[in-house]
Design a protein around this ligand. Structure first.
Ligand code: CU
Length: 315
């Protein structure tokens, strides 16, 4: 039973990931805790520390590898921050990734209010943008960037917008959703611990959209946030415009690496008609390992892209 073996190994891996990320994610200021954990426990080697950092999903830490995300006081209606570098000074040199030097993603802790914006860099290293924070609540802001001479990083920080807030329930998993008159259908299911293809198919008025416009160097940009700690997941587009094989819709395929079972919210940005639209999905990874095991029926799943038909057992 290859599947059973894999699931068992998987559960052990999950415990490790959850143990690490949950402990950190629950603390107000994660960076010092991460350091004290490393310093306090049986003196891990530098290799151990690097290995741990490599396994952590992005966005859980406000400070990593010497770089720290520092919100800056800003006028009403504006959001501003800096990235302090290893020398303590604001970083002013960045590499372009996905068409931009800085991607700022925000979402409330209940996974509502997602926005993905691109701030402007001032010469002193301050990033400024019309605030994407859409009202009261506990927000998480993610800075996704590559400092010149460094590795890609996603740092995260909590931001509170005062006022009356209404916690929103996470919408139930669904195979399709609508946004701005478009219907977007998701096929594929993320499988913890391995790369899973997710395909999003865009239609409008019942007809496939075959003239998607490149956005951030791809026909779509997908961000996934994990419920509970808002781990920020890298989801890479499979193919780029102009590579001779990637078509401008209706289907856009991504390769997702989710680190654990659990619920995730997917946010697909795509451009059509000169405007960016965001379609949102709830997906549950590894449902069979946490819920009751579904009764086998029909042929065993073969894995991969043919998952994700409605009623696949994810709930
Ligand atoms: Cu971006």
């Amino acid at each position: 039973m290859r599947t059973v073996t894999r699931l068992a190994g998987f559960a052990v891996g999950l415990a490790a990931v959850f143990g690490a990320t949950y402990g950190i994610g629950r603390v107000v200021d994660p960076a010092p805790v991460a350091e004290s954990q490393h310093d306090g426990a049986a003196a891990p080697t530098a290799d151990d520390r690097n290995a741990t950092a490599d396994r952590l999903p992005g966005g859980l830490l406000v400070s990593e590898r010497g770089y720290t995300l520092e919100p800056v006081d800003a006028p009403a209606g504006e959001f501003a921050f800096r990235i302090a570098g290893p020398d303590g000074r604001p970083v002013t040199r960045y590499e372009v990734a996905h068409d931009k030097k800085m991607h700022l993603i925000v979402a409330r802790r209940d996974l509502s209010g997602f926005r993905h914006v691109h701030p402007a860099l001032a010469p002193d290293g301050t990033w400024r943008v019309d605030t994407p924070l859409g009202g009261p609540g506990q927000w998480r802001a993610f800075a996704d960037f590559t400092p010149t001479g460094g590795e890609p990083l996603t740092l995260g920080v909590d931001v509170t917008v005062p006022g009356e807030l209404t916690e929103r329930q996470l919408p139930a998993p669904a195979a399709s959703t609508t946004v701005d008159g478009y219907t977007v259908t998701l096929t594929g299911a993320p499988q913890p611990g391995r790369t899973s293809p997710l395909t999003l198919t865009v239609s409008r008025d019942g007809r496939p959209v075959t003239d998607l416009e490149p956005y951030l160097g791809a026909y779509g940009h997908l961000v996934a946030l994990r419920r509970g700690d808002l781990a920020y997941l890298h989801v890479h587009p499979d193919g780029t415009p102009g590579d001779g094989r990637t078509r401008p819709g209706p289907a856009v395929t991504f390769l997702a690496d989710v680190p654990s079972a659990g619920s995730y919210r997917l946010y697909l940005d795509f451009q059509h008609g000169g405007r960016v639209h965001t379609a949102e999905f709830t997906v549950v990874a590894g449902a069979a390992t946490t819920a009751s095991v579904p009764t086998p029926s029909g042929p065993a799943p073969t894995g991969g892209a043919d998952h994700g038909t409605p009623g696949h057992g994810h709930n």
